[in-house]
Design a protein around this ligand. Structure first.
Ligand code: ZN
Ligand code: ZN
Length: 101
């Protein structure tokens, strides 16, 4: 098939133009059908751009959630690690104060 951009002849099975790398075949991210035009899927009718945006949004919210969970876990860990230190410090201060009195 001919590349719509640079008019290079490519094999029909080629997904990208071998010269300019323009997309020749679009693979539906939802049902996996491949077709020669972008836009919407001939098989399931989803909008490629919308679907991609949705995937990105999903991925983003998932990674944000994971990040939040990690932060939460980190602060818990920090508290657990700092507890003997802060606890020990206040005990130390308590003894210091008692000695001074
Ligand atoms: Zn091309
Ligand atoms: Zn599809």
């Amino acid at each position: 098939m001919e590349c719509p951009k640079c008019k290079t002849q490519n094999a029909d099975t080629e997904q990208f133009c071998r010269r300019c790398h323009a997309t020749l075949r679009y693979k539906c991210p939802a049902c996996g059908a491949s077709q020669r035009h972008g836009g919407t899927c001939d098989q399931c009718g989803i909008d490629f751009a919308k679907y991609a945006l949705m995937l990105v949004a999903n991925e983003k919210s998932r990674s944000e959630r994971a990040h939040e969970q990690m932060l939460e876990r980190n602060s818990l860990w920090k508290q657990a690690l700092l507890l003997p230190i802060t606890g020990g410090l206040s005990l130390f201060k308590f003894f210091l104060g008692r000695n001074r009195a």
